[in-house]
Design a protein around this ligand. Structure first.
Ligand code: AHR
Length: 330
């Protein structure tokens, strides 16, 4: 039998051990958080041209918080020179990782060479660059835009079959000239319809991913081609949403008289798809923040990263029950 004092000592020793264990666990957790907090990412966003872009910025901010990563975020207001200046500030600030969504593909060699010379790894988010130089960037986290164009073209072939069309006149409203989504969505779509003799692209016109430009382009296309237009293929939801009222003003019913194909899948476009005024929306997800944080953490730890990370994307269309589409969250 233990006397009262011995029992007290044992209980007190046990409690002390428990306290130490709990404190150690606490320290380990805060060390992990601290590790990520010590990671500083400088991120240059293109601008706020679309619901997609605003959703992308929000997702990156939220995921930085989730992962305990410090984020210096700069909005370039659609100007490449602002992005270049932001990257130079990130270099001067000695951030751990630079990430950016290049508005266009060309013109990055000098500033990225400066980042490389400073030993700061660079992650491309959403869009790619075009360069002859090696090792300016570590990886690209973004959609497979070529596949999106292919999925849009394949939908159109199925739709033309279903309607029994023997000729299909298409107008294309493209995204920002010389940007990756513009180039690849155009190429993927063109390749997908290339062997179908029914398809003719009447004109491709630059809508710069903007609602106002989508409306302007559509007015011009309606004035030029009138009721010859069977299909509008638009490279993003904003331009599509700008084009639709113009089609209605000209006396046509979008989704019925003219087949409407869009890309992105923001909630507003999905709601219009449910109304029957858009026939197909190819998804492009803005949710790239998680992959960005995980990749930056690996780079800081000196680990290898995948050179190319594409999210999985789908097609929303009048071939499915649109009520089955879950809320998009942006
Ligand atoms: O780079 C992705 C594209 O940019 C989205 O499709 C568009 O909406 C955005 O502005």
């Amino acid at each position: 039998m233990l006397n009262k004092n011995a029992a007290k000592k044992i209980i007190s020793a046990f409690l002390s051990l428990m306290t130490i264990a709990v404190m150690t666990a606490g320290c380990q957790k805060s060390n992990e958080e601290q590790n990520n907090e010590e990671l500083l990412i400088g991120f240059s966003q293109i601008g706020s041209e679309s619901a997609w872009r605003i959703g992308n910025t929000k997702d990156i901010e939220e995921q930085a918080q989730n992962y305990g990563v410090d984020l210096m975020l700069e909005n370039a207001n659609q100007k490449q020179e602002n992005q270049i200046a932001a990257i130079r500030r990130f270099i001067a600030y000695k951030v751990d990782v630079i990430a950016f969504s290049p508005i266009v593909e060309d013109g990055w060699d000098n500033v990225l060479t400066e980042a490389k010379d400073a030993g700061i790894p660079v992650i491309l988010v959403d869009r790619d660059i075009s360069t002859d130089k090696e090792d300016l960037t570590t990886c690209l986290i973004g959609a497979d835009f070529y596949k999106e164009g292919v999925m849009a073209g394949e939908y159109l072939i199925r739709k033309a079959d279903a309607l029994g069309l023997d000729h299909v006149n298409i107008v294309e409203i493209t995204g920002t000239e010389n940007s990756t989504p513009m180039r690849q969505r155009q190429a993927g779509f063109a390749d997908a319809i290339a062997n179908d003799d029914r398809m003719t692209i009447l004109e491709s016109i630059d809508g710069d991913f903007l609602t106002s430009r989508g409306a302007e382009c559509m007015r011009y296309l309606l004035e030029t081609y009138g009721d010859d237009i069977d299909v509008v293929y638009s490279h993003n939801d904003e331009m599509t949403l700008g084009a639709l009222p113009e089609i209605e003003k000209a006396g046509f019913a979008p989704g019925k008289d003219i087949i409407i194909i869009s890309i992105d899948g923001g909630q507003e476009a999905i709601d219009v798809l449910k109304e029957g005024k858009i026939n197909c929306v190819v998804e492009c997800t803005p949710k790239l923040g998680k992959e960005l944080m995980e990749t930056a953490i690996k780079l800081k730890a000196g680990e290898q990263v995948d050179p190319l990370i594409h999210p999985i994307e789908q097609v929303f269309s009048d071939e499915m029950n649109p009520e089955d589409i879950a809320p998009r969250g942006y």
